[in-house]
Design a protein around this ligand. Structure first.
Ligand SMILES: [Zn+2]
Length: 215
């Protein structure tokens, strides 16, 4: 089986950056998923940018309201609603029926603070799809070196869900050449997400949350 890549862009939209990302994707007829931070949608021009992404066929997901607190580090019972439900409300009709949700990893970490039992309960009760990842080339701290790390991740596994960021880091200047190298290597870029990175689908627990939930 040939290798596959699902592209995800987190922490946007960022006016001045997301337009460039959309143009590079469109130039290669590639579709991706954008995980947006709820409170950032309130910035001027942000909502229009996400609407443009949606209209182009990209999927839009919820990446928390404030991107600042890991569920496992708080015992505030209102946190799941404040971070998940509130952002979903702000997303409104930009969101997918699948209610894609990606928690804040605090630097891409899949660890025990990622979720709490209360956050998992909410995701199941309200029909969310939990989208994790298996490739984090740390584009936010290395605007050029991320390309080789991403290609190595893609080379090393059958199906990579890659986390990139449409933020003001400078990294997205490399997106075009990265995509060209991926396409030249024969890797198929798909919009679907592999079961291995989606432990909850539409509220149903279908995978393992071991080591991701603080008990
Ligand atoms: Zn993030």
């Amino acid at each position: 089986m040939s290798r596959r890549l699902s592209l995800t862009f987190d922490n946007g939209p960022t006016p001045g950056v997301t337009e460039h990302v959309l143009a590079e994707l469109a130039a290669r007829a590639v579709l991706a998923t954008f995980f947006v931070v709820g409170r950032d949608l309130e910035r001027d021009g942000s909502r229009e940018l996400v609407q443009r992404a949606k209209d182009a066929g990209h999927r839009i997901g919820n990446h928390t309201m404030t991107h600042s607190i890991q569920f496992g580090t708080s015992d505030d019972p209102g946190l799941p609603d404040a971070e998940i439900t509130a952002a979903q409300v702000v997303l409104g009709d930009l969101a997918e029926d699948d209610r894609l949700f990606r928690p804040w990893g605090g630097g891409g970490v899949l660890g025990p603070n990622l979720l709490s039992p209360a956050a998992v309960d909410l995701l199941e009760r309200d029909g969310y799809t939990l989208v994790l990842w298996n490739g984090v080339p740390r584009d936010w701290e290395d605007a050029t070196g991320w390309v080789d790390r991403a290609l190595a991740d893609i080379e090393s596994q059958d199906w990579t869900v890659l986390v990139l960021h449409d933020i003001q880091s400078g990294a997205m200047a490399q997106l075009g050449q990265f995509l060209d190298r991926v396409i030249e290597s024969g890797v198929e870029i798909v919009q679907d997400l592999p079961d291995a990175c989606v432990p909850i689908r539409r509220g149903k627990l279908v995978g393992s949350l071991d080591d991701l939930v603080t008990r």
